[in-house]
Design a protein around this ligand. Sequence first.
Ligand code: ATP
Ligand code: MG
Length: 421
Amino acid sequence: MITKPKGTYDIYGNTAKYYNYINGVFASVCEYYNYEYIRTPIFEDSELFHRSVGETSDIVSKETYDFKDRGDRNLTLRPEGTAGVVRSFIENKMYGDVNQPKKFYYSGTMYRYERPQAGRFRELSQIGVEVLGSDSPLIDAEVISLAYRLLEEMGIENVTVKINTLGDKESRENYRASLVNYLEPHIDELCPDCQKRLTTNPLRILDCKVDKDSEVLKNAPSIMDYLNNESKTRFEKVLEYLEYLDVDYEIDANIVRGLDYYNHTVFELVADIESLGSAKTLCAGGRYNNLVNFLGGPDTPGIGFASGTDRLIHVLQELNQDKEITTGVDVYVMAVSEEEKLTALKLVQDLRWLEVKTEMDTLDKGLKAQFKQADRLNARILIILNNEDLKKGLITVKDNLTKEETKVDENEILDYIISNL
Ligand code: ATP
Ligand code: MG
């Protein structure tokens, strides 16, 4: 038997219902916030990720799926969504549109060579948004509140917004220097990855899952003491807006995000769910004001977040949020003889075109088995066709809740069903 590759999984059955539900809620929340859908390729020139995500990030240093195609091009399966959206923004000259900022949402699979475990896959799905062209703290608040609203809309409530700022270039560089200074004498107490990070990406040490409880990190200097006035005022504005919007947040100086391109606001929405282990972050994002320029476009500020759909499915299943998701059929049409089947075929189509979820038997089952099937499908109304009724122009309808039966004129059947659902 051929089996699926390690770290992938099939989305079907109950999981598929959650998957579609999440994408549906996400799309509708984004539309209300006036974001437009964007789809970019699943593979891109390898250089795009190496440049934007950064050589020293976990993603590029050990998680990408790189390959050469038959034309000897270096390609990479996208590990995240931001780089592709920014590439598209530049390549399609969207910075020239009169409508600014550009606000996008996307949904799709990403690929990371990680050690598979709860909430961590090699083919993962993400939903995310990116806003390009506004540096206003209003947009930071909008993006964070969109993420918050999304989880709330799905009934995920025990969520904390953890927020931090990395400041502008000057603040970040001053902080970086002081952090390296502080960490150098303690370097032997940190994990091997962090020892390397000290020269390549020292801020990332604060976010290390191995060293997260070490005393060294707890006593590390805080970015808050290194922010210049401009960065500080900007951060305070974001917090003020969040309070005004009733978004509960918690400042967490250890949130630095793994990627190189972030500055100013960085945030994560974290769920209080034990079974997710080290994978409790549901949404993660931040501002990246230098990325567009860095990838060859005109100076354009940006901010976004991504949320792991697989983790959201896990949380919804855990919270048993299936009330709205597992819906039965509205109508089951029962027919046995060929003549009854013909009438059923047309009736089923008419109902479906009226957006009534309708099913009929296609396996030549007897009447008794059809009743059982209708119950398994949780049918709300049964239409029981039989030749004698049909000759008189009548149709038997049974309400599957009250068990009441009525005979309805065949010309009035559609109206009758609609008004009884
Ligand atoms: P983590 O700290 O958990 O490794 P990350 O910093 O790598 O996350 P991002 O790159 O910001 O995460 O991705 C955004 C979101 O995508 C995460 O918050 C998480 O919900 C989801 N995600 C990340 N990696 C995986 C994975 N391997 N499998 C499933 N979902 C993932
Ligand atoms: Mg990761």
